[in-house]
Each structure stands twice: as structure tokens, then as C-alpha cells.
Design a protein around this ligand. Structure first.
Ligand SMILES: CC(C)(COP(=O)(O)OP(=O)(O)OC[C@H]1O[C@@H](n2cnc3c(N)ncnc32)[C@H](O)[C@@H]1OP(=O)(O)O)[C@@H](O)C(=O)NCCC(=O)NCCS
Length: 153
């Protein structure tokens, strides 16, 4: 396991957050990132190793629940416990907000993320059929189900 510093990101972290996002196929845009960094009801958590931003999680406060909206670890740093550490901080944020549950949606084919969430105690609440557009832009690729998961923070 790699020791990471977990902290709440701020507007000044926009550049490094946008650079981290670009390591995935469908990155959030700069303006989407600006909105969540700025929003009072959102918390963007970052995982840094030796001062470099290598993972993040976005959690939003809903009236009764908290929703995990994004989670990403740089490919070179995967399987070292960064996402698990970020999830701990997400749950802590949910406790601070007095959220009843932490909710999330994940592509049904995203085995890595589903294993991560199961191991962190998230249970499956249901599915949204055909919720996600295909990851590959091939003409006959079909849409993918969303798995709905949650746990108490
Ligand atoms: C999913 C993701 C965030 C996991 O990040 P990570 O830092 O590699 O995860 P961790 O090292 O903290 O893993 C914790 C546990 O999750 C599970 N896990 C993580 N990656 C896994 C994989 N590729 N296959 C199977 N289980 C996996 C394991 O149980 C792991 O514990 P272990 O390594 O002791 O076996 C990362 O793969 C990622 O950024 N993927 C692309 C973006 C994404 O899918 N985000 C989630 C959207 S809902």
C-alpha cells in the first residue's frame, strides 16, 4: 500500500485535477470540474503522493443522502490502496453531513470499481437498464446497465 495524503481540493487545484481527468476515456470538462470545486454542496477529495495529485473522488450532498459522483486513480498508481483511502474520506464526509446513506452508480461491467465498493461495504440496491452510453464508439455497441449501490457512512 502507498501512503497518500487525502485532502479537500480547492479552486487552485483545477489544473492538476483536469490533468488527472485526462487519463480516462471520457474526462470531465474543465467547466464541470470548476462547478464541483466551487459548489458548497460538493466535496472534491484528492489523493496526493509526494505532492502529486494521483486520485480524486467527488461527493455531493443531497437532502438526506450523499452521492459519490466520480472516483478516479491514475493508471500507474492503481492497486496501491488510493481509492480505498479516498472512499474512507468520502464516508467520513457523509458522517460530517449526517447523511443517511452514501449512494453511487457504476457501470455493470466495471469489475474493478464494483470489487472496490463491495469490499468497502457497499451493497447492491438495483439496476438501471441501458443507463450508460457504450464506452466504445462502435456503431452496434449496446448501452450498459448502471448498478446502484449504497451503504451507511
Ligand atoms: C476503480 C479504481 C478507482 C480503483 O482504484 P485503485 O486505487 O486501484 O483501488 P485500490 O487499490 O484502493 O483497491 C482496493 C480494492 O478494490 C478492489 N479492486 C481495485 N481494482 C481492482 C481490479 N482491477 N480488479 C479487481 N478488484 C479490484 C480490490 O478488492 C482492491 O483490494 P486489493 O488490491 O487488496 O485486492 C481505478 O481502477 C480507476 O480509477 N478506474 C477507472 C475509473 C473508474 O472506473 N472509476 C469508478 C467509477 S464508478
Amino acid at each position: 500500500m502507498t501512503e497518500a495524503d487525502i485532502r479537500r481540493l480547492e479552486a487552485r487545484d483545477l489544473e492538476s485535477l483536469a490533468a488527472l481527468e485526462r487519463c480516462q476515456a471520457r474526462p470531465w470538462s474543465r467547466s464541470q470540474l470548476e462547478v464541483v470545486l466551487d459548489a458548497a454542496d460538493c466535496c472534491v477529495l484528492g489523493a496526493e503522493v509526494a505532492g502529486e495529485l494521483l486520485g480524486h473522488a467527488v461527493v455531493a450532498r443531497l437532502p438526506f443522502e450523499a452521492e459519490l459522483q466520480a472516483m478516479l486513480v491514475a493508471p500507474v498508481m492503481r492497486r496501491r490502496g488510493l481509492a480505498a483511502a479516498l472512499l474512507d474520506a468520502v464516508l467520513e464526509q457523509g458522517r460530517q453531513w449526517c447523511s443517511e446513506r452514501v449512494l453511487l452508480e457504476v457501470r455493470a461491467g466495471n469489475e474493478a470499481a464494483i470489487q472496490l465498493y463491495r469490499r468497502a461495504g457497499f451493497g447492491e440496491d438495483g439496476r438501471r437498464r441501458g443507463y450508460y452510453p457504450p464506452l466504445d464508439e462502435v456503431a452496434d455497441a449496446s448501452r450498459e446497465d448502471a448498478l446502484l449501490m449504497s451503504r451507511r457512512p
